[in-house]
Design a protein around this ligand. Structure first.
Ligand code: HEM
Ligand code: HEM
Length: 359
């Protein structure tokens, strides 16, 4: 029998048993605590069995949980996160009152003066590289994640010159990686041919105490003054340095190690640098990127969004909506890329470089 819609079922059986209601709102049985939830459920069933059978709409599953269970989980996690954040803020405020700390904060305000030769502002090539980076990074993370999780890829690709057949996701991942590396190399070359490098590469050891100071200021919710047009604060500078000069190369050398481009017969080299090491590092590097992006974008929007967006998307240091709309266009293009990244669009491109098959 087809289960009746919920409201009809309720009208037919107005005397809903309390036990049933309790059973329905019971938290989901987790793998390590089945006994706890199994008991009330079976009690509910035996009580319910004595009543006329009530056609019950089966709760729809979204992934592993019902909508109600998801909402409860999100609320619980949200409350937990707010509580944890409040404790951190209070602790940080406590730290600022400790002896010596106010002097430390006065001596290291969170940033140090940039070298006189450092250029302020954002040249057009930095804006372009940043936009291309966003566009590709989103698809790289997505395709990498698909490589990791998809059991049955929708299509496969075999190189023209022969070689191992790989999933279309991995083909997309690696093709974008090459473009992304080229974009990054051009960016880094232009960094050094201009004075822009002094903005994202620390030029003084004072970067460390200042970064600590900036972190403390973020944690007290009394944030460092935003001067991104001229100079980043030290924590920001360290993070940008880390992303461009550590995380990106790390993802590349671990990625190439796992790919077909890596020489298989280099015995000594492969002994020193086993593929398992690369695999163990590549995924956490992606997690680092994701965490960086979440915090980065959150800070861009919470520290003067319109001005910041004008910096990186408009190349100006003013407050108006121009940068915002350019940013919106960049996001629209990225979303379009996300939707286009499916076999019907990818296969014709992949065919230019090899064979595409469904199995
Ligand atoms: C929606 C996505 C993004 C937005 C809105 C955004 C916005 C910005 C803004 C406004 C700045 C300048 C900060 C300032 O003026 O104080 C900036 C700089 C920077 N962003 Fe992003 N960003 C995004 C995504 C990313 C991604 C995905 C990465 C790398 C994985 C990244 C890496 C950087 C770096 C390295 C800088 C410093 C660049 C330089 O000074 O040349 N951003 N971003
Ligand atoms: C030049 C750069 C890169 C190369 C050559 C590369 C290459 C690869 C290769 C060959 C795999 C397949 C591994 C396998 O078969 O198990 C892979 C997986 C993956 N890649 Fe990359 N990748 C690069 C950059 C990135 C970046 C920047 C990210 C994300 C920020 C990323 C995220 C991932 C993820 C999440 C996986 C799945 C990992 C797993 O199964 O544990 N990759 N990559």
């Amino acid at each position: 029998m087809q289960p009746a819609p919920e409201h009809i079922a309720q009208a037919l059986a107005p005397a809903t048993s309390v036990v049933e209601t309790v059973a329905e709102t019971e938290p989901p049985a987790t793998a390590n605590a089945p006994a706890v939830t199994a008991a009330p459920a079976s009690v509910a069933q035996s009580v319910a069995a004595e009543r006329p059978v009530r056609p019950k709409a089966e709760a729809r599953l979204y992934g592993t949980r019902t909508l109600g269970q998801w909402i409860r989980l999100v609320v619980l996690l949200g409350v937990g996160a707010v509580a944890a954040a409040a404790i951190l803020v209070l602790a940080a405020r406590g730290v600022t009152t400790l002896p010596g700390v106010p002097e430390f904060l006065a001596r290291y305000p969170g940033e140090y003066s940039p070298p006189a030769a450092a250029e302020s502002g954002f040249p057009w090539w930095a804006q372009w590289a940043h936009f291309m980076n966003i566009f590709m990074m989103v698809l790289i993370i997505r395709s990498g994640y698909q490589v990791r999780t998809q059991q049955k890829p929708p299509a496969f690709w075999t190189p023209k010159r022969g070689g191992k057949k790989i999933s279309i996701n991995l083909w997309l991942h690696q093709s974008l990686d090459i473009l992304w590396l080229v974009n990054g190399l051009i960016f880094v070359m232009l960094l050094f041919t201009s004075g822009h490098w002094m903005r994202i590469i620390p030029t003084s050891w004072e970067v460390f105490p200042n970064a600590l100071s900036a972190l403390l200021q973020y944690m007290t919710l009394d944030w460092p003054v935003e001067t991104g047009w001229v100079n980043y604060n030290s924590l920001q500078q360290l993070m940008y340095f880390l992303v461009v000069f550590i995380a990106a190369p790390l993802s590349a050398i671990t990625g190439v190690r796992m790919s077909e481009f890596w020489p298989k017969n280099a015995k000594t080299l492969n002994k020193i640098y086993p593929v398992e090491v690369a695999r163990a590092v590549h995924f956490p590097t992606m997690l680092f990127f994701v965490l960086f992006i979440l915090i980065h974008v959150f800070l861009v929007f919470s520290t003067g969004a319109l001005r910041n967006l004008n910096h990186m998307f408009g190349g100006t240091d003013v407050v108006n909506w121009v940068g915002f709309w350019l940013f919106a266009a960049a996001i629209a293009i990225t979303v379009a890329g996300w939707y286009a990244a499916r076999p019907i669009v990818l296969a014709p491109i992949a065919k230019l470089f090899g064979q595409v098959s469904s199995r």
